[in-house]
Design a protein around this ligand. Structure first.
Ligand code: FAD
Ligand code: NAD
Length: 152
């Protein structure tokens, strides 16, 4: 089974798009991720999956916390910035929640403390206990077959 066929298959699972953020010594760092799921209601747990080569991995290990911003359909540029799909460095004005940077005007901002982490192949799964959240109305940015989509 080759990597491209696996990615093509996984790309058939339509998802939303998030930006995972954390901060070490007051420096914000963000990374686009679609590997995000709700895990438990009591306690309130969510899961993210971060590639071993991503800078985010070391930073979450250091900070012990992360935030998840679920992007709206107007925020494709944010996704592209934090996936490195826009090469030139952009200044992003983060909103701050519980001393974590989050993306302003996202559909949801969640802040989490790392509850557990598990190495799984070439990724690390982080289960986060949700410490705070904010919600807004709007339509989600989506990702399907390796492409950004809007749900109309
Ligand atoms: P870098 O590559 O260093 O940073 C990412 C980008 O964000 C850089 O361009 C950087 O300039 C910018 N940036 C970071 N912080 C700031 C800041 N404070 N101000 C301004 N710009 C900043 N990878 C996974 O591991 N798991 C996933 O679930 C996942 N899902 C993805 C879903 C989609 C739709 C896409 C497009 C990509 C996904 N990726 C995922 C890939 C991941 O987004 C990239 O590999 C990313 O570049 C890894 O980030 P990094 O932590 O290594 O940091
Ligand atoms: P793609 O066709 O590579 O992605 C389609 C699907 O494949 C994704 O939604 C994801 O489910 C899966 N996938 C892709 N790369 C993966 C990886 N390294 N590990 C586990 N699952 C993976 O889409 P694209 O537009 O070529 O992606 C842009 C970049 O973002 C690529 O470098 C891709 O590897 C990365 N990406 C990584 C993940 C992830 O690590 N979970 C998810 C999405 C995209």
């Amino acid at each position: 089974m080759d990597d491209r066929t696996f990615r093509n298959a996984m790309g058939k699972f339509a998802t939303g798009v998030t930006v995972i953020t954390t901060s070490v010594e007051g420096e914000p760092h963000g990374m686009t991720a679609n590997a995000f799921m709700s895990v438990s209601l009591s306690p309130k747990l969510v899961l993210i999956s971060i590639g071993e080569k991503a800078r985010m991995n070391e930073l979450i290990k250091k900070s012990g916390k992360f935030a998840v911003s679920i992007l709206s359909e107007e925020q494709k540029e944010m996704s592209m910035i934090f996936a490195g799909q826009i090469k030139e460095k952009r200044d992003v004005d983060f909103k701050w929640m519980n001393e974590l940077p989050v993306i302003d005007n996202a559909l949801v901002n969640l802040t989490c403390n790392v509850h557990e982490s598990y190495v799984a192949g070439d990724h690390t799964l982080y289960v986060g206990e949700v410490t705070d959240m904010s919600l807004a109305d709007g339509k989600p940015l989506s990702f399907f077959e390796g492409q950004y989509k809007n749900i109309s």
